[in-house]
Ligand binder design. Structure first.
Ligand code: PEP
Length: 257
């Protein structure tokens, strides 16, 4: 059975102090021996060590929102995977729609980062998802296929214990619009089938596929109860303990049956 993962993407938000308070609130609420749900927070780079020190030894992990594909060297402004592992960071979000559409990252850029992060032993949360116009023109599956093919090119089956896929329809991110449970389930089914066709039935079965896009306490349970939804990547609601904790609890209740 796949273990739920609830990950918070803080994006370019918080201060050192508010991020520390948020991390402390989560540590208090998430039990140390938290087997039911994997919980992860992804703060901005300047606060990674502050948050990492707070969550260290707790049931909450911490990850980065991006990385660079080269070893440390002359790459002004970038962050190496070696630096992330050096501070105990265990995960990285790659291919987020804001990086694809605002920072103009291509599937080829993302693929280089995915391979480097995997080599570094990091858990990779690879985000894929269609624009509203692509959904309206029935291009969703084609877009997911392109992003999965491009993002995972050259990645072999052995790396899949480090890979999580996040389906994040771009039209639902930060907009308050949420995919219906049926829309989410159908995209997740497509992605699981994609993994089966391109890798194997075992990999399709064991790889977690998260849903992201305006997940809130009031829609979390219904989304997470879809057969192929294995957790949530949460933006806005991950910045408030009173919104994020109920999402973790929804996952915990579902995994308890
Ligand atoms: C995200 O940033 O990955 C995200 C899903 O944001 P939000 O929950 O705010 O839609």
């Amino acid at each position: 059975m796949r273990r739920f993962l609830v990950a918070g993407n803080w994006k370019m938000n918080t201060t050192k102090e508010s991020g520390a308070q948020l991390a402390k609130a989560l540590v208090t609420e998430v039990p140390e021996e938290n087997q039911a749900v994997e919980v992860l927070v992804c703060p901005p780079f300047p606060y990674l060590t502050t948050v990492g020190d707070i969550v260290n030894g707790s049931g909450v992990g911490f990850g980065a929102q991006n990385c660079y594909q080269e070893a440390p060297g002359a790459y002004t402004g970038e962050t190496a995977t070696e630096m992330l592992t050096d501070i105990g960071c265990r995960s990285v979000i790659l291919g987020h729609s804001e990086r694809r559409h605002i920072l103009k990252e291509t599937d080829a850029n993302i693929n280089l980062k995915v391979k480097k992060a995997l080599d570094a032993g990091l858990q990779v949360i690879l985000c894929v998802g269609e624009l509203q116009s692509e959904r309206e023109s029935e291009q969703t599956d084609a877009v997911l296929n392109t992003q999965m093919t491009g993002g995972l090119e050259g990645v072999d089956a052995a790396a899949f214990d480090q890979i999580v896929v996040a389906y994040e329809p771009v039209w639902a991110i930060g907009t308050g619009l949420t995919a219906t449970p049926d829309q989410a389930e159908s995209a997740h089914q497509y992605l699981r089938n994609w993994l089966k066709e391109h890798y194997s039935a075992e990999i399709a079965d064991s790889t977690r596929i998260l849903y992201g896009g305006s997940v809130k306490p009031d829609n979390a349970k219904e989304l997470l109860s879809q057969e192929n939804v294995d957790g949530a990547l949460v933006g806005g609601a991950s910045l408030k303990p009173d919104l994020f904790i109920p999402i973790i609890q929804a996952a915990a209740e579902l995994s308890a049956g």
